[in-house]
Design a protein around this ligand. Structure first.
Ligand code: ADP
Ligand code: 5GP
Length: 204
């Protein structure tokens, strides 16, 4: 009765807020939703798999792809390049799924500037103190890097004003429920109704 529109859900948050955790949970519970795997020049972390978590490429390859116009958006984040492939988005849309884009605020700005139909969601930590604790808990960065990420977090949070929805990730399951509600309610919009079924059933 409803059809997926291949909608883009743009998800941004300061590093350490819990975006990866929330994305992992939402993909388990919401059908017809896929994450577009980004290209990055950063090195894989322990446990990360090529073409699943990211497609890991050299700076040279990234720049070639950028010059060839392969990215819908791209950004330099914490000294590494990241980009979203137009082809991958189209592939997911052709499968009839919606797309979750886990991208930084610069990337989100580029998509907005292109007037692409998308839903913008920002995830906030409950406090800067909690964000620091989560960055430590994640156990990926040294003290200096954590301080750099916290400084950047304040700039990123100021960008949250431009997003359609804000989710505070205090309690994880409530945050996941919040994201799920946004996605499911957007699918109930009138423009998602399968008009073929509508006409056949009700003759309207
Ligand atoms: P991000 O992808 O935003 O950098 P992660 O998903 O890696 O963040 O989460 C950072 C750390 O915080 C992880 O150790 C994760 O288990 C933890 N975490 C995420 N959400 C919550 C939450 N609601 N309450 C407590 N810890 C959380
Ligand atoms: P990480 O290296 O910790 O996985 O991600 C660092 C930051 O890069 C996160 O804020 C994440 O949202 C962002 N990011 C990941 N992929 C992309 C992308 O394709 N484009 C942009 N603009 N940012 C991305």
């Amino acid at each position: 009765m409803y059809i997926n529109k291949g909608r883009l859900y743009i998800l941004s948050a300061p590093s350490g807020t819990g975006k990866t955790t929330i994305c992992g949970e939402i993909l388990k519970t919401v059908s017809n939703l896929k994450v577009s795997v980004s290209f990055t020049t950063r090195s894989p972390r322990a446990g990360e798999r090529n073409d699943i978590d990211y497609t890991f490429v050299s700076v040279g390859e990234f720049k070639e792809r950028l010059a060839a116009g392969e990215f819908i958006e791209w950004a330099e984040v914490h000294g590494n390049y990241y980009g979203t492939s137009i082809k991958r988005i189209e592939e997911i849309q052709n499968e009839g799924s919606d797309i979750l884009l886990d991208i930084d605020t610069h990337g989100a700005k580029q998509i907005r500037a292109r007037h692409i139909d998308a839903i913008y969601i920002f995830i906030l930590p409950p406090s800067l103190k909690t964000l620091r604790e989560r960055l430590y808990k994640r156990n990926l960065d040294d003290e200096k890097t954590i301080n750099r990420r916290l400084d950047k977090a304040k700039d990123e949070i100021s960008e949250s004003l431009y997003y359609d929805y804000i989710i505070v990730n205090n309690n994880l399951s409530e945050a996941v429920d919040g994201l799920k509600s946004i996605i499911l309610s957007s699918r109930l919009k009138a423009d998602c109704l399968n008009t073929g079924w509508y006409e056949a059933e009700f003759g309207i």
